[in-house]
Design a protein around this ligand. Structure first.
Ligand code: PAF
Length: 284
């Protein structure tokens, strides 16, 4: 595996790959890699000639300074994991290399997707994500890029950014990877206390029951049921639960049979904010 820390060296190397008409699959990450990331990398490797992974903890997408400071950094282990899944190239630039002196985001218009769910609670988050993903796409110029569906709103926003900026890259969404007990894999899980880690799988249990209820009950009833479940568990603090249209991400009150829906949730387990989602069917 080749490791690059500067844009120019990476670009020069990738231009030799492109000159041979080889396709590039790209997986952007913030490191602290887990099985979920590895599944994206394995997918990229089977579908492309060359696989590039970036590890960059992007400061502009954090609305909370403490969260940025405490974001797990495990580069040595990440490198081992990347080698184990035959990643070809790792790009791990410094903040200065990406942003020079100006650590700021571009302002995007994602046609309203950015104002839903996470957008209501994490000020400027999606401008930060859009800025870094666009920058990385310009450096790596991948044919395909892979993102997990755990961050489903991010995935839709990146698709929108690619469409609006006319970038020549196919965005591939990949299923959520879960721990055996159902907790969606996330780099932040390592920061959970023992008691919060024990209770956290309840989030997915509630989502699975939501899926069942959505088949037969109206949305208001489902929403109330979810809120009630969290009130019983003081270790988990529900930030939001919403059933939304997969395309517009707008909250749904009345279900219509032609639309696709998902339930989205954000929960604080102590200091750690966890998100998850599940696809819903009208008639289970
Ligand atoms: O999902 C993530 O890990 C990050 O938001 C991403 C896409 C790597 C951008 O920093």
């Amino acid at each position: 595996m080749k490791i690059f820390t500067t844009k120019q060296e990476l670009k020069d190397y990738l231009s030799t790959i492109k000159a041979k008409n080889k396709s590039i699959g790209f997986v952007p990450t913030m490191g602290a890699l887990h099985e979920g990331h590895l599944s994206l990398i394995k997918k990229a490797a089977t579908k492309n000639d060359t696989t590039v992974v970036s590890i960059f903890v992007n400061p502009t997408q954090f609305d909370n300074v403490e969260d940025l400071k405490k974001y797990p950094k495990t580069l040595e282990n990440d490198v081992k994991l990347l080698k184990s899944v035959s990643c070809d190239i790792l790009f791990t630039p410094s903040v200065e290399e990406i942003y020079s002196e100006k650590i700021t985001s571009e302002k995007f218009n994602f046609d309203g997707l950015e104002h839903q769910m996470e957008g209501k609670f994490r000020d400027g988050h999606f401008d930060g994500v859009g800025t870094i993903v666009k920058t990385l796409f310009e450096i790596v110029t991948p044919n395909k890029a892979y993102f997990g569906e755990k961050d489903f709103q991010q995935l839709q926003i990146i698709k929108k950014m690619v469409q609006k900026s006319n970038l020549d890259v196919k965005i591939k969404g990949c299923p959520i990877f879960r721990e055996k007990d159902g907790l969606a894999m996330s780099s932040r899980n390592t920061r959970l206390t023992k008691e919060h880690r024990e209770i956290a799988p309840l989030i997915y249990k509630i989502l699975k029951k939501t899926k069942k209820k959505f088949g037969t009950e109206n949305v208001t009833k489902v929403n109330k049921w979810v809120e009630k479940q969290f009130k019983k568990h003081p270790l988990l603090e529900l930030e939001y639960f919403t059933i939304a249209d997969e395309k517009t991400l707008k909250t749904v009150i009345i279900k219509e049979s032609n639309n696709k829906y998902r339930a989205f949730i954000a929960v604080f387990a102590g200091e750690i904010r966890l998100i998850d989602n599940i696809r819903l069917k009208i008639n289970n």
